[in-house]
Design a protein around this ligand. Sequence first.
Ligand SMILES: C[S@@+](CC[C@H](N)C(=O)[O-])C[C@H]1O[C@@H](n2cnc3c(N)ncnc32)[C@H](O)[C@@H]1O
Length: 397
Amino acid sequence: MRQVRIVSSWTLEDSWKYAGKDWGISLHRVCSRTGSFPPSLAYYFIERFSEPGDVVFDPFSGKGTAPLEACRSGRIGIGNDLAPEAYVITHAKVRPVMARQVIEWVERNRQFVENYRGCDVPEEVEVFYNKYTLRQLLAVRELLMNDDSDLGIFIKAVILGILHGSSSLSLSVKCSHSFSMAPRYVEKSIHRLGLKKPRRNVLDCLLERTSRLMDGYVPMTRGRAFMRDARWTGLGDESVDMIITSPPYFNMQTYAWDNWLRLWFLGHDYREVSKKLFHTSSIKKFREFIQDALKEMFRVMKWDRPCFLVVGLVKLNGQKINMAEIIAPIAEKIGFSPVRIIMDTIPRENKYLMYLREDQGVSREVILELHKGVAAERDVSIDWKRGLPVEKKVIMA
Ligand SMILES: C[S@@+](CC[C@H](N)C(=O)[O-])C[C@H]1O[C@@H](n2cnc3c(N)ncnc32)[C@H](O)[C@@H]1O
């Protein structure tokens, strides 16, 4: 294999490490989800390795951080993720609607929601909600179930973001907002700690949350979102200018179970979703999967363009694995040139996963830079303290 340069993220000029912890527009916070990278990291690579108007693709987009940053920077952000809740969040970020449209939707549907008589609810869902709130939630769920318009998907994403958590707009009893907790654990906590299920008006919470998300800057550039297997995205040959993505870290994250309540709201059973998503503890299976995913990335990319893979130094059954070292030779066989490995430290609070055993986990992140041909870096400087740059051009995908 050719020589790959190893550098630290702190030594890069204008590194995202100098951006504040909360850097990024409010829309990034539509819904939290485990295992995501910061908006500043996506912005750094998009700004330095692509031009306005370019197509930036993330085949494992999770909560859509990279596609949103791409749209915000005047690129066309395309996100893909096989998990339904990830697709909804990504879609909402690359095709946001106006707050006025959400207000009108609420006005049109308020009577239906407030007069809704209810229907059967799984016991494990009931655990989380006050009866009044749950009835409204079921009405909103029914209204949105078959609504795949930009507005319908945007409202679904906002509801997913308040479906559980501990803020004043969270619809559930106090619990984690980043992952759906086990119902039995929540039930026990309610008894042990005397927690009260809050009586919330779902539509008022939706309106308040929307206005908070829209208080800052909302990109005018529209992107696209897909819910496909990353090994066959359906994008055209050589149609993408840059890839920035983060594939699954073996079995470090159990995305379907972590989002079981959000999946219920969207009409999915987490067990069925889990069967479709890739997760494994086998290095051999990981190699096979990543080879197919990389072949697809190579096919859709234009020549002389870069691909950034955010992966981890993971501990799997006591064994330390550098995912970049596994991926680089496979990528090279496919035709990519592995150019750089950027070592990055991750804030502990971002990666803390309570269900992992002691001999499992992600200790650091590494970014593997691959080129299809020879990709050039732009000579731009990034001032993290300055306000976000204003878009000059509006591009519709
Ligand atoms: C490390 S996460 C990506 C996180 C993302 N960068 C973010 O900032 O939120 C990996 C993602 O791969 C998705 N995934 C798993 N198997 C997949 C497959 N076969 N095709 C597409 N996406 C898949 C998971 O749902 C998960 O969102």
